[in-house]
Design a protein. Structure first.
Length: 433
């Protein structure tokens, strides 16, 4: 399972040239810079929305709810499998038959080629800065240089969100005398030591695809804070991976491997195999995302728990499903009205049912006694502290490969903290300077 397709086929934000650029003579028109209107027009309007089957599962329900409120607006839905969608999106947006609304998985060439509208005027008109935490919107901002994320104009509106934190086996924790999830790194490591001494697997992990980068990132940003961590993930000038938090995080994970806190087979185990092992009782803790909540919850039942990674700051790794408006759309106001509807109670409930965290936390109504109760609580905590950070693996188009190789060497004892940190920062600097 590749990190960029972890959540039911959802790709995490990355500056990528994977989509085909529009051909000669197909340059998209410049978007109007005039005033925008909120709400839908009175005339009959037909919009076309394109997505992938996984990300679009909730959107079909949302479209029905929107059309019920606005009967003069029809939204035709079309989905394409994940790989084909990403390869063809730019060509589709540059064609005379461009969709009005499109799932946006990467912002690089799509924004540079002026294929999607700047939504900043709509964000201001609708008050999206008050609806969403800044870390949720910033993932879809692109600076004027076209390569720096997290600042500048807004090109997509969020729908549902992913969240990476720590699952734990409550029954095992109770047997080890651990009554509450650890809140500090010291408490977390004490729990790992207890589990190892008792013959348990302290921290389940599959690192065949580089998922050891998850605990490294979480430990680093929980120490450094989300704002500082996000600057590096977004490729902002002056940012560096060489921070006190990241150095300590890399050192910790390397030490955990040496102390036997991690499975010896981690480098040969993928994420889903590790998930299966955790659901079978192999592991006190497991760092993973909400996309596996249903599997873990169904197997462990009331023994499945979840918490934000322990540390000074309440942070999590995550990003959103997000939709953009084509510059070729003849009905941008109606399209933007639909994007605004993505945070409505109806839309939020649909996203939560599909396994995503909703922007409106009130719509997240998990069944009592399930792991989703803990996940929703963690989501609320992270948002309250503006602590959501995008995936380090997507800081550059090839960072995932670098982190996979680096973490495998780290667990095998073939690199140390200075070597790991330098390799990661050099990879980042090759793209961002």
């Amino acid at each position: 399972m590749k990190l960029r397709t972890t959540l039911a086929g959802t790709v995490f934000v990355v500056l990528s040239a994977a989509s085909c650029a529009p051909g000669a003579g197909s340059e998209a028109p410049a978007a109007s810079t005039g005033p925008v209107k909120t709400g839908v027009p009175k005339d009959n309007v037909t919009l076309r929305l394109v997505s992938t089957p996984e990300s679009g599962a909730a959107v079909k329900t949302i479209i029905e709810a929107f059309e019920a409120i606005h009967p003069n607006v029809r939204i035709d839905y079309q989905d394409t499998n994940y790989d084909d969608y990403n390869k063809s999106l730019n060509l589709s947006l540059s064609s005379p038959q461009s969709p009005d609304i499109a799932l946006l998985n990467s912002v690089g060439t799509t924004v540079k080629d002026n294929l999607v509208r700047d939504l900043s005027p709509y964000a201001k008109a609708y008050g999206w800065d008050k609806t969403y935490a800044s870390t949720q919107l910033n993932q879809w901002r692109v600076a004027a240089d076209g390569s720096t994320l997290g600042e500048g104009k807004l090109y997509a509106a969020p729908a549902g969100f992913s969240l990476v934190g720590v699952y734990y086996n409550k029954a095992k924790a109770a047997r080890l005398g651990i009554s509450e999830p650890p809140a500090t790194m010291q408490q977390f490591e004490a729990a790992l030591a207890k589990a190892e001494k008792a013959g348990e697997t302290p921290l389940q992990l599959g690192n065949a695809e580089g998922h050891a980068s998850f605990p490294i990132q979480l430990a680093g940003q929980s120490a450094d804070g989300a704002e500082a961590a996000a600057k590096w993930t977004f490729g902002q000038k002056g940012a560096t991976f060489d921070t006190a938090g990241n150095r300590a995080a890399v050192t910790k994970v390397g030490e955990w491997a040496k102390k036997g806190y991690l499975p010896k087979s981690a480098n040969g185990t993928d994420l889903q195999t590790a998930t299966d092992k955790f659901t079978k009782g192999e592991g006190l803790f497991f760092v993973d995302g909400n996309w596996d909540a249903a599997k873990i919850g169904s197997k462990l039942g009331k023994d499945a728990g979840f918490f934000t990674f322990p540390g000074e700051h309440a942070t999590a790794i995550g990003t959103s499903v997000a939709y953009a408006v084509s510059t070729r759309s003849e009905h941008p106001d109606a399209a933007a009205a639909f994007l605004d509807f993505l945070h409505s109670p109806e839309a939020s409930a649909a996203q939560f049912k599909a396994g995503f965290m909703p922007a409106d936390i009130k719509a997240a109504k998990p069944e009592k006694g399930t792991v989703m109760t803990d996940i929703v609580a963690a989501w609320a905590k992270v948002n309250a502290e503006n602590g959501l950070v995008g995936f380090n693996n997507n800081a550059t188009a090839t960072m995932n490969d670098k982190l996979t190789a680096g973490t495998q060497e780290l667990l095998a004892g073939k690199t140390d903290t200075p070597g790991f940190v330098k390799a990661v920062q050099d990879e980042w600097a090759a793209t961002h300077g």
